[in-house]
Design a protein around this ligand. Structure first.
Ligand SMILES: NC(=O)c1ccc[n+]([C@@H]2O[C@H](COP(=O)([O-])OP(=O)(O)OC[C@H]3O[C@@H](n4cnc5c(N)ncnc54)[C@H](O)[C@@H]3O)[C@@H](O)[C@H]2O)c1
Length: 261
């Protein structure tokens, strides 16, 4: 087993469940000390206790003080910060005419402002270490989208734009910043969405979504974690300011069905 992150410290937001959880487990397996920053204390604490050199810090990424504390916990507990996987996110379905101020503030807050606050506090600590790697979770919805997710799509596109700009600002300090754009990933978020469409056949809905992806299945959280770890590894030292699809070919596909010949 390669241990690419021995001696490094990684902070993962939204690390209690789903994609973030898979990344926490993968970073830990490959030698990193890990800080799990999440609003779900029960899942986050339990995960932290199951892994070596891993701590949980209750964090709502929309709150600037929470973001500052999460980074401070990494520094005080493990001596610094090398990696930020800024991944916490939520999805709320609505037509724009029905979007309330509360909906807007919450979804943009978690999905976009959270990245701003986490980068704000992580970058000075990475500078002290002589460099670092940041990965922000965007979505294929930043590029092409569907019905009833106007704010979600906008938050993911904003994340992508921010990543490109922050990468410019800090490349000379060896701090790399990239975005990942997942297709449908089998996580609690996707299962909750599937439940809204058909509470009696969640697996069936997910299988149908999987069939829309050229690989014929949805993405696993572990598939995404592998990309995140690669982007944070020394093998990716030339990669910054870019967006990486992990979508089973979804964005390469036009909805064209040839007539039977
Ligand atoms: N699942 C998908 O199909 C999919 C596709 C594309 C992008 N994404 C993105 O991937 C990221 C992770 O999604 P997931 O599917 O693992 O979701 P999930 O709901 O399964 O897990 C998200 C985690 O984030 C935490 N969280 C929510 N709000 C938070 C906040 N304010 N502060 C800190 N933590 C918070 C939750 O407690 C949870 O542990 C999100 O940014 C999501 O938008 C997911």
């Amino acid at each position: 087993m390669s241990r690419r992150f021995d001696g490094q410290v990684a902070l993962v937001t939204g690390g209690a469940k789903g994609i973030g959880r898979a990344a926490v487990e993968a970073f830990s397996t490959e030698g990193a000390a890990v800080v799990i920053a999440d609003i779900d204390a029960a899942e986050g604490e339990a995960l932290a206790q199951s892994l070596p050199r891993t701590v949980f810090v209750a964090t709502d990424v929309t709150r600037i003080a929470d973001a500052e504390r999460a980074v401070r916990v990494a520094v005080e507990t493990f001596g610094g910060l090398d990696i930020l996987f800024s991944n916490a996110g939520i999805v709320m379905y609505n037509l724009i005419e029905n979007v309330t101020e509360e909906h807007y503030e919450r979804e943009m807050g978690v999905n976009f402002k959270g990245h701003v606050w986490m980068c704000k506090y992580a970058i000075p600590e990475m500078r002290k270490r002589g460099g670092g790697a940041i990965v922000c979770t965007s979505s294929v919805q930043a590029l092409a989208t569907q019905t009833t997710v106007a704010i979600y799509a906008a938050s993911k596109a904003a994340t992508l734009a921010m990543v490109k700009a922050v990468a410019q600002d800090h490349a000379h300090e060896h701090i790399r910043v990239n975005a990942i754009l997942p297709g449908s990933v089998d996580t609690p978020m996707l299962r909750n969405a599937a439940r809204e469409f058909d509470p009696n056949d969640v697996d069936g809905v997910i299988a149908r979504w999987g069939n829309m992806h050229p690989i014929g299945r949805v993405i696993t959280a572990q598939d995404v974690a592998k990309l995140v770890l690669f982007l944070c590894s020394d093998d990716a030292s030339a990669l910054t300011g870019a967006a990486y699809l992990v979508d089973g070919g979804l964005m390469a596909k036009l909805p064209v069905i040839l007539p039977d010949s």
